[in-house]
Design a protein around this ligand. Sequence first.
Ligand code: PLP
Length: 515
Amino acid sequence: MTAVAVGRPTRPEVANEDGRRGAAPEAEGRGLVQDEPLIFERGGWEKTGVDLPEADLDASDLAGLTRTAPIGLPGLSEPETLRHYVRLSQKNHAIDLAMYPLGSCTMKHNPRLNEKMARLPGFADIHPLQPVSTVQGALALMDQLAHWLKTLTGMPAVALSPKAGAHGELCGLLAIRAALEARGDGRRTVLVPVSAHGTNPATAAIAGYQVVEIAQTADGRVDIGDLAAKLGPDVAAVMVTNPNTCGLFERDVLEIARLTHAAGAFFYCDGANFNAIVGRVRPGDLGVDAMHINLHKTFSTPHGGGGPGAGPVVLSEALAPFAPAPWVTSGPEGFRLIERNTGDAAQAFGRLSAFHGQMGMYVRALAYMLSHGADGLRQVAEDAVLAANYVKARLSGELTPAFPDGPCMHEALFDDAWLEDTGITTLDVAKALIDEGFHPMTMYFPLVVHGAMLIEPTETESKREIDRFCEALLRLAAAAKAGDVARFKGAPFKAPLRRLDETAAARKPRLKWTP
Ligand SMILES: *Cc1c(COP(=O)(O)O)cnc(C)c1O
């Protein structure tokens, strides 16, 4: 059938009598949230939303790779297609719908100004292989972003290209490995605290290191005695998160840096929680050698749902020569990119990604910085910490804070002691929170706290919204203590789907639709 070439649906042989292709039911009304089959199940073969003229293609260009079988696209009209995707979008919780209190993830509002800037054609419609003379503005923006990242962290160099925090960790450890190799040092061990984000030990392992855990004190900080005992001539780096994943500032951070350097190792700081200290503390002043910054957390570029991240890594003087290409430099002819490992980049450990990183994220992050200014960024940190302490104070009567003494930083951490003898678990509380209209908090992380519930309100939530969230949790606490187990065990009741077999979904994903 000639329609094949114009994207028309092409598989009438699998259609049902009513012209639909699969066996799934039509969307089933459930209030305003409708069940939605796959687009392949929904689509028929007798119609299409596009009507293109027959293409006059010269198939010879395809060197014999011309498609011979039907492509198998589902056929839907434009409104059917549109509604399919809008219905799917309604099943996603989003930061634009309500507070998203995931601890460690910093799910904060993405200012629309950032979005507007990122869509300017001069940033959005360029290609990484364009001649640099045609993308001077974009390079100037990268240069300015690099300047502010270095200024805010007090570090002399930054590698912009890593595409997420975890990628930044890899960049930092590869720079450390290159620096050690350059001095003929074959150290094999990386020390990581027990409360570390899983990416830290995973990164160290991928970079070829053996991971050794550092113990934690009863008040949630790195155990300095244990660190000192484990430092030695085989330790390449110590990876510490500050503020840490318990939401606490590592008050011995200067001593951690001193001990690390005295042992000839490098100090890697996981900077995912930089939003708690930006404008107030410069990691360079703390003795940090390398730190990634999650632009998608601290500087409000959108994330979640697998969207692009950006994890630039700031580097100390000692590591700067090993930073991966490319980087931006400027001279009399304007901005250009150092692309090859020669000259200034002779010691670069290589290249981390094909091009320069996530341009759209750079634009958003710089827009966020410039719209706040220096005083505004400091207030970001202050408000993030204030909001988390407010949550901690409001909930501590009913929930049990993991570290009750003293204030927290950007996130409030509770354990599950308050659920003792109720038969209800952290998972049940998280699911019941969905029925209250909120995305669950981070659960069971960090691993050092039993049944952990990690709540990060961020600086962008109003007091009213934080109150709504706290009241929802307090309602649940009252219900749990009153023995209303059913409200928890069956939750969520108001979501399109209830509890999924998440293990099976992760271990045996079904990624392909078969009719
Ligand atoms: C988010 C996070 C990471 C990893 O960052 P990604 O951008 O998700 O790769 C690492 N460490 C901590 C503490 C984090 O919160």
